[in-house]
Design a protein around this ligand. Structure first.
Ligand code: ADP
Length: 388
C-alpha cells in the first residue's frame, strides 16, 4: 500500500474533473510539496496517468464528492458541468455561486449586464420568431449559443438566416437543449478584428495579479494559437483589459484563475466569456511566465501569496497540437526536438481523434512571427500534418 497523502501536514488540493488542466497542476503541486487529488469519471484520464491520488467517481453525486473532499484542505473545480461541490465540508474555490457565471452563458450575460460590463447585444431566445426579432435589430448573422454544456465551439452556431436558425433549433431539440431550461443565448455577431484574453489570479483574501493580455486565434471554435503579450496592443488598452478582468474577479468574488475572453473591435473591448480555472490561453505561462497559471491557481485556492505573473522573455507563443493522422505522437520527438532545441512540448496522454486537443508547444523569444513559424512546424509535425 502506497501512502498517498501529502507529507508533513502539507495541504491537499482536491480537483473535481480531470483532463489536461488537472494534469498540468501536477508539476507545480509537486514543486510546492503539496498534495493533489483528482476526481475523474474516466480511468484513462490525462490527469489519472500522472496523479497517484486519483479517484474514479461521479462528481454529480453528493456522497462521492463528500468522501473525496475528506482530507482535502480545499476543493477546486476544473469542470464546467454540474458538480456537487456543495457537498464538500472543506472550502471550495471558486465558490459554486461564482462558478455559475462560467457554467451558464445566459446567467453570465445577465450578471455582466447588471454590473455594466461591455459585451455584445444579447437576448434569451426560445423559438425562431425570437431569433428573427434579434436579427431585425442587429442584422444577420446571429450567434446562437447553448447556455450550458458547450466547449471548443461546440454549442455555438452562426446562423445566417431564418432557415439555418430553424435547423439549429430543430437539431437541438435533444442533446444540448435538453440541458437548458430557459432556451438559448442569442448574440449579435461582433465584427471583431481579433480575440484577446485577460487572465488574473485572485485569492480568497483578495490578493490579485494580472497576466499579460494575450492575442488568441480560434480555428473552428478551438483555441489554436496564443501570443503573449498581444502584439500592437497599446499600454492603455492592455491596462483596460486587465482592469476589466480584475474588476470582474472582485465583483463576482472569483477565487483561483479567471480568464476573460475578449473581442477587440479596434475601438472597444467586448467580453465573450469567462473561465474560472486555468485556461488554454494561459498555457504559455508554464515556461513563459515567472509563475505559471497552474501554480498561481494552486496558490490562490490555498490563499498563499501569489507569484509574479510577468513574462520571462519579450514574447511567448503557444500552438496547440490537434489530432491529425499521426497515432503515436512521441514518434515525432526525434525530429521535433532535434530540429528546435528551444521548443517545449507538452502532450496530454490523450487518444488521438481528429481535431482533438492533444498537447501544445511553447517558444520564447523576441518577436512573435518567427516563433510562430517554428511552433506551427513542431505542432504540425507532431500531429502528422507535415512530414518535413
Ligand atoms: P466556447 O465556450 O465553446 O469556447 P465561445 O462562446 O467562446 O464558445 O465561442 C467560440 C468562438 O465563436 C469565439 O472564440 C468566437 O471566435 C466565436 N464567437 C462567439 N461569440 C461570438 C459573437 N457574439 N460574435 C462573433 N463571433 C463569436
Amino acid at each position: 500500500m502506497i501512502e498517498r497523502t501529502a507529507p508533513d501536514g502539507a495541504p491537499t488540493v482536491g480537483v473535481i474533473g480531470g483532463g489536461q488542466l488537472a494534469r498540468m497542476l501536477a508539476a507545480p503541486a509537486s514543486a510546492l510539496g503539496i498534495g493533489l487529488r483528482v476526481l475523474t469519471r474516466a480511468a484513462d484520464d490525462p490527469a489519472a496517468q500522472v496523479v497517484a491520488d486519483t479517484w474514479l467517481g461521479d462528481w454529480a453525486d453528493a456522497a462521492t464528492v463528500a468522501e473525496f473532499a475528506r482530507g482535502c484542505a480545499v476543493l477546486t473545480v476544473e469542470h464546467e458541468g454540474q458538480t456537487r461541490s456543495d457537498a464538500a465540508t472543506c472550502p471550495v474555490h471558486p465558490s459554486p455561486q461564482a462558478l455559475r457565471c462560467a457554467q451558464d452563458k445566459l446567467f453570465m450575460r445577465r450578471t455582466l449586464t447588471e454590473y455594466g460590463y461591455p459585451g455584445p447585444r444579447w437576448a434569451q431566445v426560445t423559438d425562431v420568431a425570437d431569433v428573427v426579432a434579434c436579427a431585425r435589430n442587429w442584422g444577420w448573422p446571429v450567434i446562437l449559443k447553448a447556455p450550458r454544456g458547450g466547449y471548443d465551439g461546440r454549442g455555438v452556431w452562426r446562423v445566417a438566416d431564418r432557415m439555418s436558425a430553424e435547423r439549429v433549433l430543430a437539431d437541438m431539440s435533444g442533446g444540448l437543449l435538453a440541458e437548458t431550461s430557459g432556451g438559448l443565448l442569442a448574440e449579435e455577431c461582433v465584427p471583431f478584428e481579433r480575440e484577446l484574453a485577460a487572465a488574473v489570479a485572485r485569492s480568497p483574501s483578495g490578493q490579485a495579479v494580472a497576466y499579460p493580455v494575450v492575442a488568441t486565434t480560434q480555428t473552428d471554435g478551438i483555441c489554436t494559437e496564443v501570443v503573449a503579450p498581444a502584439p500592437r496592443l497599446s499600454d492603455d488598452r492592455a491596462l483596460a483589459a486587465s482592469h476589466l478582468a480584475l474588476s470582474i474577479a472582485r465583483d463576482l468574488a472569483v477565487t483561483g484563475m479567471l480568464t476573460v475572453e475578449l473581442f477587440d473591435t479596434g475601438t472597444d473591448l467586448l467580453i465573450n466569456e469567462l473561465a474560472m480555472r486555468p485556461h488554454n490561453c494561459g498555457h504559455w505561462s508554464i515556461e513563459g511566465a515567472i509563475t505559471s497559471q497552474f501554480e498561481n491557481h494552486l496558490r490562490a485556492v490555498l490563499d498563499f501569496p501569489l507569484g509574479d505573473p510577468r513574462l520571462r522573455a519579450p514574447c511567448a507563443v503557444m500552438v496547440n497540437v490537434l489530432g491529425g493522422t499521426a497515432t503515436g505522437l512521441t514518434g515525432a520527438y526525434r525530429h521535433v526536438l532535434a530540429r528546435d532545441p528551444q521548443v517545449k512540448v507538452h502532450l496530454y496522454g490523450k487518444a488521438v481523434r481528429p481535431g482533438r486537443k492533444l498537447g501544445h508547444v511553447t517558444l520564447l523569444g523576441d518577436r512573435p512571427e518567427p516563433l510562430l513559424v517554428r511552433a506551427r512546424h513542431a505542432a504540425d509535425y507532431l500531429s502528422g500534418r507535415i512530414t518535413e
